[in-house]
Design a protein around this ligand. Structure first.
Ligand code: SAM
Ligand code: DTB
Ligand code: SF4
Length: 327
């Protein structure tokens, strides 16, 4: 061990963290020889986190499909013909039953996702009940419901919501190529409401949508230069779903994905970097490199929201081979 390590980001002083990264500095990190980048990222990782620990969250789609937004990557948009069928918001008791199973399988956080542009007022009481009951099981709670206004953010916080996931997804410059039904600033406004309400922020993006290295750098710059780093930074590899506009997108070099994880780790040393969607398409060696590069959380359980994720037993076997403890 290099340095004695505190257990979580919450025990870290934030004074040493930077919020003034320039685009040039970040692009220079992306351009490093891979070994140099990995060495730097892994060193930062060990200075701030236990080296062999991965936090695991389980996802549940509580409201699937039929979304009015046009995100080009998303199988849940009503505009594209995918295999996803629109469903109503789930009942609280079914959500709680899924949360109980997730806890039994070893998850520490339960993340409930809804295919909405933003939640409607009529849905709030049910969402609040879900938060209260999932929390009562001893799980951390997370939701991702689209854009929130200040009042909605406060209501969710009061119900006990620990984390809110709201991804910026790509750079401000590339955003309009991917989504036209809202803009980048809308996303930042919601992140501000979440932060002001006192919740932990989970925000990241997607790699592999045809964006340039400059776009990846700009996306991470936006996250790192927020007044406070998101506590959780999910980095998703695009899942190319049939029927979506990005179905035919070119394959991403896995090592470019690893680079994005490494740069996120360097820029946001005390955040949990989450190796998110796309693990089903990655072999064990690529995932191993992601963990070495500083990823220290994953989504755990056979399904993400609508697409496949590695089976629990498969993940457990990989963690065992790597000597990784989950938390
Ligand atoms: N509707 C809400 C929203 O957009 O914020 C919450 C759910 S939305 C599905 C959550 C995130 O899932 C998106 O921001 C995106 O990063 C990720 N996502 C959706 N489809 C994906 C795909 N095909 N591949 C990778 N990530 C995807
Ligand atoms: C995040 O960054 N990735 C998760 C979670 N936050 C909500 C969602 C991935 C969704 C992948 C496509 C699907 O399963 O529908
Ligand atoms: Fe709707 Fe979210 Fe999918 Fe966009 S990413 S279409 S907002 S569910």
């Amino acid at each position: 061990m290099l340095v004695p390590m505190p257990k979580t980001h919450e025990t870290q002083p934030s004074g040493s963290l930077r919020h003034d990264w320039t685009q040039e500095e970040i692009v220079a990190l992306f351009d490093l020889p891979l070994n140099d980048l990995l060495f730097q990222a892994h060193t930062v990782h060990r200075q701030h986190f236990p080296a062999n620990e991965v936090q695991v969250s389980t996802l549940l789609s509580i409201k699937t499909g039929g979304c009015e937004e046009d995100c080009a990557y998303c199988p849940q948009s009503a505009r594209y013909h995918t295999e996803v069928k629109a469903e109503k918001l789930m009942d609280v008791e079914n959500v709680v039953a899924c949360a109980r199973k997730a806890k039994e399988a070893g998850a520490s956080r339960f993340c409930m996702g809804a295919a909405w542009r933003s939640p409607k007022e009529r849905d709030m009481p049910k969402l609040e009940a879900m938060i209260r009951e999932v929390r009562a099981l001893g799980l951390e709670t997370c939701m991702t419901l689209g854009m929130l206004d200040e009042t909605q953010a406060k209501t969710l916080k009061q119900a006990g919501l620990d984390y809110y996931n709201h991804n910026i997804d790509t750079s401000e410059e590339y955003y309009g190529e991917i989504i036209t039904t809202r803009n980048f600033e809308d996303r930042l406004n919601t992140l501000e409401h979440v932060r002001d309400a006192g919740m932990h922020v989970c925000s990241g993006g997607i790699v592999g949508m045809g964006e340039s290295v400059d776009d990846r750098a700009a996306m991470l710059r936006t996250l790192a230069n927020l007044p406070q780093h998101p506590e959780s930074v999910p980095i998703n590899l695009l899942v190319k779903v049939e029927g979506t506009p990005l179905e035919q997108q070119q394959e991403t070099d896995p090592l470019d994905f690893v680079r994005t994880i490494a740069v996120a780790r360097i820029l946001m040393p005390t955040s949990r970097v989450r190796l998110s969607a796309g693990r089903e398409e990655m072999n064990d060696s690529v995932q191993t490199l992601c963990f070495f590069a500083g990823a220290n959380s994953v989504f755990y359980g056979e399904k993400l929201l609508t697409t496949a994720n590695p089976a629990t037993e498969k993940d457990q076997a990989l963690f065992k081979r790597l000597g990784i403890q989950t938390c």
